[in-house]
Design a protein around this ligand. Sequence first.
Ligand SMILES: Nc1ncnc2c1ncn2[C@@H]1O[C@H](COP(=O)(O)OP(=O)(O)OP(=O)(O)O)[C@@H](O)[C@H]1O
Ligand SMILES: [Mg+2]
Length: 397
Amino acid sequence: MNKNLRTVLPGETIGILGGGQLGRMTAMAAKQMGYRVVCLDPQPNSPCGQVCDLQIVGSFDDYSAARELALQSDVLVYEFENINAVVVAELEQEFHVPQGSRLLEITQNRIKEKAHLLQSGFPVVPYRVVGSSAELAQAAAELGYPVVLKSATGGYDGKGQAVLKSLADLADVTLSGPAVLEKFLALTGEVSVVVARRADGETAAFPVGENVHRGNILHTTVVPARLSAELLEQATQLGMRIAESLGAVGLLAVEMFVTEGGIIVNELAPRPHNSGHFTLGACYTSQFEQFVRAVCGLPLGPTTLLYPAIMVNILGEHIAPLMPRLATLPPHVKVHLYGKSGAPVPRRKMGHLLVRSDVPDDTVAWVEDMLGMSKGRLAAVNCQPSTVNRQPESTEH
Ligand SMILES: Nc1ncnc2c1ncn2[C@@H]1O[C@H](COP(=O)(O)OP(=O)(O)OP(=O)(O)O)[C@@H](O)[C@H]1O
Ligand SMILES: [Mg+2]
């Protein structure tokens, strides 16, 4: 029998590689279902560690720390794709890691991810792989400006990206490793779909979310997404087919661009996703519960949307305006905070709001006003060539 088909029952232990907010909300769902939960993260008292039975403090590159976690676990999951895939490949020889190292290896590297999508026939943004200044100049000329340069590994929230508007911008870029150069597209919108898949192939997609990014960080998700029924169906089918093509187990989040020419896949994440946070409240099953169900071999839950909603991310700079408002917020506004320690750092994801509302534009405007968020859609990608190939500092998503 495929060991990935094994059922892990409440009372047994789920080990989470990563201690960020995605692990935290997964652990909370798992605890509600009766599981024991342990996690590994370099930061003591991590957001996930705070709600786990036990946190092991250690680096994701440290095989012995990961093995210590595995020895305490009946099933191991990752909530973060910048986990060392070699460590996960070793762990899966000995332990039950249903998501597997292959999914991680592909989705943690933009070059491998795009190659997989392209080879499998999914629509991707025109791109080139570049490893040197000469290749970069040539690729930019072929694609035509503007282009966006993205580090192959380690990027999140726009880190490791630079928009190059013209030949002159090339002078500012130093490549410190392989990267992907993409055509910078005119988008009419962005959407995403989170798909759950079990080892036996059973698949379920959550409702498509309509996303707005600001300064490269997800700002809002609106459900239902305001797309034609045809495009919604296309986005959902793309999500399910991509999950299938990868043999993904657990969750796969698929970020997509909407252009005049149709839907194009942007990137994948093998885990719960920020744009799926609305499911926690607005869907019959949350993405976190679904993740636990999928990796534990339980039946997938209904993904039905219960009510129209908007999710707004709370970043470090929004904490000060939010706090004095908490006591007077309308009761249908749900505040989720991730327990991140230390002074709130600007642009760091600290929590999110979920608001039940069928007037998304008015509701977003109301939240923005309340939290002093700057208005309007900012340029999608910042232009910081020096940030290319910067490594992630922590388990942020
Ligand atoms: N080729 C492109 N054309 C137009 N806009 C783009 C392009 N690439 C990225 N963007 C904008 O920048 C945002 C972030 O890009 P991307 O998803 O590649 O980065 P990331 O740092 O990996 O983000 P995440 O935090 O989602 O992992 C996109 O959601 C989109 O708004
Ligand atoms: Mg993205």
